[in-house]
Write a protein that binds this ligand. Structure first.
Ligand SMILES: C[S@@+](CC[C@H](N)C(=O)[O-])C[C@H]1O[C@@H](n2cnc3c(N)ncnc32)[C@H](O)[C@@H]1O
Length: 211
C-alpha cells in the first residue's frame, strides 16, 4: 500500500510476484507472436524501450538475443534485479515510466506489455502519447493490455491486491490512434495464467507504427 491513500501499490504487487509472474505467463503464444512480428521489422542493432519490463522474459531476452539494444524500465526493484540477472545483454533501470524523461525520436521500437493497468486512464493516454513521441517516425510499437471497461477496480491478481484501470478494446485502439499510432493489426485472445489463483483473462495486442 502507498502511505497516503492506502491504495494497492503496483511495485509491491510485482515485488511479491517476481519470478512467479514469468512462470504464469510463459505459455502466452500471442506475446511471442507479437515479438516475432516486431523482430521482422527491426534493423540490426535497433534501440528498443521495454516499458514495465518485468523479469526481462520473454521480451527483453528475445530482442537482445537478436542483437538489439534494449532498455527495460520497471517500477519494481525485485523485477529489475531479476531481469538484470536473467538478461545480461539488456540494460534495466528502476523507474516510473510516468516520470521518466524521454527524448523525441530516440527509439526504433517501444514495447508495452501489460504495464499500464495500474495507471489512471488519463495517465495511460499521457504515457502512450509520450512513448509515441519517443519513437522515431516509422518506428514500431506493440501495446498489450487486458481490454476491460474498468476504472479503479480493486482486484486480486495471482493472490496480490491490485487496483486496475483499463479500457474496452475499441477505446484502447482509439487511444492508440489519438496518440499518433497507425494500428496495423489487432490480436485478441483469452489467456489463463499457469497459477492456482489465476483466472482466464482477455488479452489485446496492438501492432502499430508511428507514421
Ligand atoms: C503485468 S507485469 C508485465 C511484465 C512484462 N511486461 C511482461 O509482459 O512479461 C507489469 C509490469 O509493469 C510494471 N509497472 C507497472 N506500472 C509501472 C510504471 N508506472 N512504470 C514502470 N513500470 C511499471 C510492474 O512493476 C510489472 O513488472
Amino acid at each position: 500500500m502507498t502511505d497516503g491513500d492506502r491504495q494497492p501499490d503496483a511495485a509491491a504487487a510485482f515485488d511479491a510476484l517476481g519470478a512467479a509472474y514469468e512462470k504464469a505467463f510463459a505459455g502466452s503464444e500471442a506475446h511471442r507472436a507479437s515479438l516475432e512480428w516486431l523482430l521482422e521489422r527491426l534493423a540490426p542493432g535497433s534501440r528498443v524501450l521495454d516499458v514495465g519490463s518485468g523479469t526481462g522474459r520473454p521480451t527483453a531476452e528475445t530482442l537482445a538475443a537478436a542483437g538489439h539494444r534494449v532498455l527495460g524500465v520497471d517500477l519494481s526493484p525485485v523485477m529489475v534485479e531479476l531481469a538484470a540477472r536473467q538478461v545480461p545483454d539488456a540494460e534495466f533501470r528502476r523507474a516510473d515510466i510516468r516520470e521518466l524523461p524521454l527524448t523525441d525520436g530516440s527509439y526504433d521500437a517501444v514495447c508495452v506489455y501489460f504495464s499500464l493497468l495500474q495507471m489512471s486512464r488519463a495517465q495511460q493516454s499521457e504515457v502512450v502519447g509520450r512513448l509515441v513521441r519517443a519513437l522515431r517516425p516509422g518506428g514500431h510499437m506493440v501495446l498489450a493490455t487486458v481490454p476491460l471497461d474498468v476504472e479503479g477496480v480493486d482486484a486480486v491478481f495471482m493472490g496480490q491486491p491490485v487496483r486496475v484501470t483499463s479500457f474496452a478494446a475499441g477505446d484502447f485502439t482509439a487511444l492508440a490512434d489519438a496518440a499518433g499510432l497507425t494500428v496495423l493489426r489487432e490480436e485478441q485472445t483469452l489467456f489463463t495464467p499457469a497459477h492456482p489463483e489465476a483466472v482466464p483473462e482477455p488479452h489485446l495486442f496492438l501492432y502499430a507504427r508511428r507514421d
